[in-house]
Design a protein around this ligand. Structure first.
Ligand code: CUA
Length: 315
């Protein structure tokens, strides 16, 4: 209803009506109390004004009922805001199980996107309409913030971590993408566009302009270029663990601790191999810090992710 208002962004995702409803609720409460309080100030100022220079004020007594009322009512209102807000926050930060995954890297001052099929984009992001899309985002330098006002999603993108943001676009179109965290001189220029396309158009876009290699294939190439495969192999010469079927499972470390092999774990193990050594292996792997870019890390992560469980253990 506010889409024509220049101050109010378009609503183009499943999250938008939910966020807007809470926003208007807050606005309504703020408006109601502002009018109530301002009205009472004027009313009391007139009603209790000094009528003659010799008039002396009367002593008034506190009313317990009134005190309780103006404590309990605001408490209930703020609890409604808290529970409502927390529910939306959880919905935004919990991606559905089946999503279309796209990697994002923020850097001073641009957004880089990497699709699983191999396409790369800068400051433009093509996504299909009516699909759950998950961004797996990180930063190459400082903290940025991925913000698409029309989708009502916003998430800090932090160096050294993978942050998940998800959305479900509801109508095709072009929407503004911005960085919502001050990140240096050209922060205000760190803007782009999300292009939401109908499914067939998206397929056409995907098939055109690809580098010819999927992200997984690129990761596989890197895996041998960086000689990872000289240690991470299944035969007797294998000095490091093999990765088939490992992604998403619990890994036991030397100190007995268990960690989930997620994107952040794979990334850390490449850059800082001594941090989490898998039980049964020696801490002999060299660091790859400085040798692989964030984009190459994504390809390696995606490659490790793609490796299926072996049909027979040990075969
Ligand atoms: Cu990146 Cu502000």
């Amino acid at each position: 209803m506010w889409s024509g208002t220049p101050l109010f962004p378009e609503a183009a995702s499943t999250m938008a009506p939910r966020v807007d409803a809470l926003y208007f609720f807050l606005l309504g409460i703020a408006g109601f109390f502002s009018i109530l309080i301002a009205g009472l100030i004027v009313y009391f100022a007139i009603k209790y004004r000094r009528r003659s220079p010799r008039e002396i004020g009367r002593k008034s007594h506190a009313s317990t009922a009134l005190e309780v009322a103006w404590t309990v009512i605001p408490l209930m209102i703020t609890m409604v805001i808290f529970v409502w807000g927390a529910r939306i926050f959880f919905a935004i930060s919990t991606p559905p199980p089946e999503t279309l995954n796209i990697y994002a890297v923020g850097k001073q001052w641009m957004w880089k996107f990497q699709h699983l099929d191999g396409q790369r984009e800068i400051n433009e992001l093509h996504v299909p309409v009516d699909r759950d899309v998950k961004m797996i985002a990180t930063s190459e330098d400082v903290i940025h913030d991925f913000f698409v006002p029309a989708f009502r999603v916003k998430a800090d993108v932090i160096p050294g971590r993978y942050v998940n943001v998800w959305f479900h676009a509801t109508k095709p179109g072009r929407y503004r993408l911005e960085c919502a965290e001050y990140c240096g001189t050209k922060h205000s220029g760190m803007i782009g566009e999300v292009i939401v396309m109908a499914a067939p158009d998206y397929q056409t876009w995907l098939s055109g302009g690809a580098s010819g290699k999927t992200l997984t294939e690129e990761g596989q190439q890197l895996f041998s270029d960086l000689a990872c495969n000289t240690c991470h192999r299944a035969d007797l010469q294998g000095r490091g663990p093999v990765f088939e079927g490992v992604f998403g499972t619990a890994v036991t470390l030397q100190n007995g601790q268990k960690v989930t092999a997620d994107e952040a774990y794979v990334r850390e193990s490449i850059l800082n191999p001594q941090a989490k050594v898998v039980a049964g292996y020696q801490p002999i792997m060299p660091t790859f810090q400085g040798q692989v870019s964030e984009e190459q890390l994504l390809a390696l992560v995606e490659y490790v992710k793609s490796l299926p469980k072996p049909a027979k253990p040990g075969s």
